[in-house]
Design a protein around this ligand. Structure first.
Ligand SMILES: Cc1cc2nc3c(=O)[nH]c(=O)nc-3n(C[C@H](O)[C@H](O)[C@H](O)COP(=O)(O)O)c2cc1C
Length: 205
């Protein structure tokens, strides 16, 4: 598969970076084609400018898009699978990644209608959308408080939505006590990365 990883973490000393390295190792070993949008390294502009808002806010799809947004569209067009990898910050993805959705999911590409009210979506439906996030709280706590459910609703049902045929969210929780969870989390990611096609097959549409 052609796999695009959208990655947001500012530090290479982080556990989330270790997860990225493990995933890359596994995917390379299983002969997938991989491209990474490392949003911090790219200094990806996550704030929408006024000029962009004038286009997006009023769905003026005839107005031009910024080059960095077009570059992300090209990567999406190439991908069979997109992995979103990030730490949970205040019960959501970091602002850097949220800004990726704000700007890259542009009107006329990821959603929108023309003047005749017809749907205009250029983005193809992608086979698999996989969200992997690290979290300080344990998974049980995130589940019991409803936070895990909210994160799934927002990421999978809304942001990934109908643009992906199959979707899954993996929460690697409990990182406040990292030594207790690190090995099993990295093992899990290694297994998924080594068996990406099979993993995709097991998911419901
Ligand atoms: C600004 C900030 C906000 C955070 N908010 C949450 C949160 O809402 N829920 C949670 O479980 N963990 C939260 N954490 C903990 C991170 O999710 C956790 O440290 C990270 O996933 C794993 O560590 P890493 O930064 O070494 O990759 C937060 C951490 C930071 C720095």
């Amino acid at each position: 598969m052609n796999i695009l990883i959208i990655y947001a973490h500012p530090s290479n000393k982080s556990f989330t970076y270790k997860v990225l390295q493990t995933l890359l190792k596994a995917l390379n070993m299983s002969n997938h084609q991989v491209e990474v949008s490392d949003l911090h390294k790219m200094k990806f502009q996550s704030d929408m400018t006024e000029e962009e808002y004038d286009r997006e806010g009023f769905a003026k799809i005839e107005l031009p898009l910024f080059e960095d947004v077009i570059a992300e569209h090209r990567k999406i067009d190439w991908a069979d699978c997109i992995v979103f990898l990030y730490p949970v910050w205040w019960s959501d993805c970091p602002a850097k990644m949220k800004g990726w959705f704000d700007r890259v999911y542009s009107a006329g590409y990821a959603y929108g209608y023309n003047q005749n009210g017809e749907k205009v979506i250029k983005m193809k439906q992608i086979k698999l959308g996989l969200v992997i996030c690290t979290a300080g709280h344990p998974n049980d706590f995130l589940k019991e408080t409803g936070i895990a459910g909210s994160m799934r609703n927002v990421m999978l049902d809304d942001r990934l939505g109908v643009r992906f045929e199959k979707k899954e969210m993996i929460i690697l929780g409990g990182t406040l006590e990292l030594e207790k969870v690190a090995n099993s989390h990295l093992e899990k990611i290694m297994n998924i990365g080594m068996n990406m096609d099979e993993f995709c097959e097991t998911l419901k549409k």
